[in-house]
Design a binder for this molecule. Structure first.
Ligand code: C5P
Length: 234
């Protein structure tokens, strides 16, 4: 599977989103886009059809987490949208992840890649111990959750690029790592604390990087996207 840059399209409305996509209309390489809760809840499932019609691949980032039966049925609904990638929380445990996979496989078309979020990168060791009552080192929790996802049959995890190497060591090189928290060496970090550059993410072994504001808030988003592709994919 080739490495790719996924653009996190965290826009509040369909209008702002399609204005952004319009910039890529004349390009031969249409970015793989990530649609998260904000845009999906604001614009509804039709946003997926609009995006597909424009020739973009889609990572639908809704991070499901519920009882196995509910997640299985919800994934069956999502499977009919025709997205390329979607995800859930590994904290839902193996039966929930197995149910998700069954639901996602029921759509008739090719099954989307299914990823697990291990621990959110916003969760620190301190918060994990204090609020979640988990007392293992966070790296161990991330790798154990990744192993659970692999046992359930999932394709990979969303994790920090700084954790991608450890996940590959535990789960094998074919287990996908999709990593947000990417910034250009000369760029603004914003609210992300543990960041790395596209080049470094490639060295560590990420399969896909998820890049939002360094592209969406750039003066020239197409140039910023191309720079990401050059640093990460080429
Ligand atoms: O703008 P920025 O590059 O920080 O966007 C990163 C994207 O990746 C956002 O959509 C954010 O919600 C998502 N993400 C993240 N860290 C995680 C999981 C998802 O930054 N652990």
């Amino acid at each position: 599977m080739g490495k790719d840059v996924i653009v996190a399209c965290d826009f509040a409305s369909a209008g702002a989103y399609t204005t952004f996509l319009d910039r890529f209309a004349g390009e031969t390489r249409r970015p793989f886009v990530k649609i998260g809760m904000e845009l999906f809840y604001a614009a509804g499932p039709d946003i997926i059809r609009i995006t597909k019609e424009r020739g973009h691949k889609i990572f639908l980032d809704l991070k499901l987490h519920d009882i196995p039966n509910t997640v299985e049925k919800s994934m069956a609904v999502l499977s009919r949208l025709g997205v390329d990638m979607c995800n859930l929380h590994a904290a839902g445990a193996i039966p929930m992840m197995e149910g998700a996979l069954r639901g996602l496989s029921s759509g008739g078309g090719p099954r989307p890649i299914l990823l697990a979020v291990t621990q959110l990168t916003s969760t620190s060791q301190e918060v994990m111990e204090r609020d979640l009552h988990i007392h293992e080192p966070i790296e161990e929790v991330v790798c154990s959750y990744a192993k659970n996802a692999q046992t359930a049959g999932l394709d990979g995890v969303v994790c920090s690029p700084l954790e991608a190497g450890m996940v590959k060591a535990r789960c094998g090189s074919g287990f996908l790592t999709v990593t947000p928290g990417v910034r250009f060496a000369d760029g603004d970090k914003g609210d992300q604390s543990r960041v790395t550059t596209p080049e470094r993410a490639k060295e560590i072994g990420s399969d896909y990087i998820v890049v939002g504001r360094p592209i969406t808030a750039a003066e020239d988003p197409v140039a910023a996207y191309k720079r990401c592709v050059a640093e990460f994919c080429d």
